[in-house]
Design a protein around this ligand. Sequence first.
Ligand SMILES: [Zn+2]
Length: 66
Amino acid sequence: MENGEIQEEHYTPQDEYDLEKVYLFSEFPDIISGRCDNCNKAHFASSIKNGSYLRKCTNCGMTKSI
Ligand SMILES: [Zn+2]
């Protein structure tokens, strides 16, 4: 494993998330369950909007529809 080969088979997190966007949990499952993909904190505020459950990170503001 010293040739620096990059494997792209596994899911890799994006470098940046658009905090204005609501990510769908089905398309962007938690990298670490129960933690924010963007900042890795586990503090969320939840709300219901248009019948879907929104989970917003209280640290960075990233939102997922679960
Ligand atoms: Zn966050």
